[in-house]
Design a protein around this ligand. Structure first.
Ligand code: SAM
Length: 273
């Protein structure tokens, strides 16, 4: 018998994925955690019925959330990743030779433990001695830091459940405080087609806190049928300050052409802001 997983995108759209098998399923204190193997996109992390990442296209999201801010910073050494318990973002951060410390703040230990076992291509990097993993709420964690990080990456789940606070202005004020005087941050900010109000709210909040701010996009087939946004806030560095992409990194999505055009936006997204 065929097994199909249904993801609800909006009240009117559901997308079905054929499943080979379920590898792991557990209710944690925060959410339902499942690791499944899809017939087309391979192994995937699913939280509360929403697909977070798949082996097939995770590189697009993780390269874009990590390398855009890291190349914009002139010498990133100390990085904070909030959420991101699958390890994909940390893996990309560690590709930068200047990195000395990566703090991963994931609220749910179950996510990290299950990804270490079933998605080692992503979570294997968490054994690197430069990585510290904290199982606490990212909102609280940044409240206690001052002028500490070069780059902060907010790789959160959708703005429901434990991640709600990570999309609100008080959180971005604390992110500002936790960054050094030349620090910058990037957050995943959902679909421009289905979450336009959220993107507008987040962007206008960041605009009031950071002197430099940009929105950028990537096409991630796994997420809400394609286009995805990221919002970046910076204290000092602008897009023209970015160091050039190092071809020796041999990334799969990010390259010098993508870097040059990162902040070019389609007209409908410009108008949305
Ligand atoms: N790439 C994914 C996406 O855009 O769908 C997100 C990655 S997923 C691993 C995000 C993680 O954020 C989840 O594991 C979740 O447990 C964690 N998270 C949610 N709220 C959090 C919070 N307040 N503090 C820290 N981690 C949080």
């Amino acid at each position: 018998m065929e097994l199909w997983f249904t993801e609800r995108e909006t009240d009117n759209i559901k997308v079905q994925w054929k499943v080979n098998k379920t590898l792991y399923s557990k209710k944690s204190p925060f959410q339902q955690v499942d690791i499944v193997e899809f017939a087309e996109f391979g192994r995937a992390l699913v939280l509360d019925g929403i697909i977070q990442t798949t082996i097939f296209d995770e590189f697009i999201y993780h390269e874009m959330i990590a390398h855009v801010p890291l190349f914009m910073h002139q010498r990133p050494e100390r990085v904070l990743v909030i959420g991101g318990g699958d390890g994909g973002t940390v893996r990309e951060v560690l590709k930068h030779p200047t990195i000395k410390q990566v703090d991963l703040v994931e609220i749910d230990k179950e996510v990290v433990e299950s990804c270490k076992k079933y998605l080692p291509e992503l979570a294997g990097c968490l054994a690197d001695p430069r990585v510290n993993v904290y199982y606490v709420d990212g909102f609280k964690f940044v409240q206690e830091k001052e002028e500490y990080y070069d780059v902060i990456i907010i790789d959160s789940s959708d703005p429901i459940g434990p991640a709600v606070g990570l999309f609100a202005k008080p959180f971005y004020e604390n992110v500002y405080k936790a960054l050094k005087s030349d620090g910058l941050f990037t957050a995943q900010t959902e679909s421009p087609l289905f979450n336009s109000q959220l993107i507008r709210d987040v962007y206008s909040g960041i605009k009031e806190i950071f002197p430099i701010y940009y929105l950028y996009t990537a096409q991630v087939p796994t997420y809400s049928i394609g286009p995805w946004t990221f919002t970046l806030g910076s204290k000092k560095y602008k897009r023209e300050d970015a160091r050039h992409y190092d071809e020796n990194m041999k990334l799969k999505y990010f390259n010098k052409e993508i870097q040059r055009s990162t902040f070019d936006l389609p007209q409908y997204i410009k108008e949305l802001l």
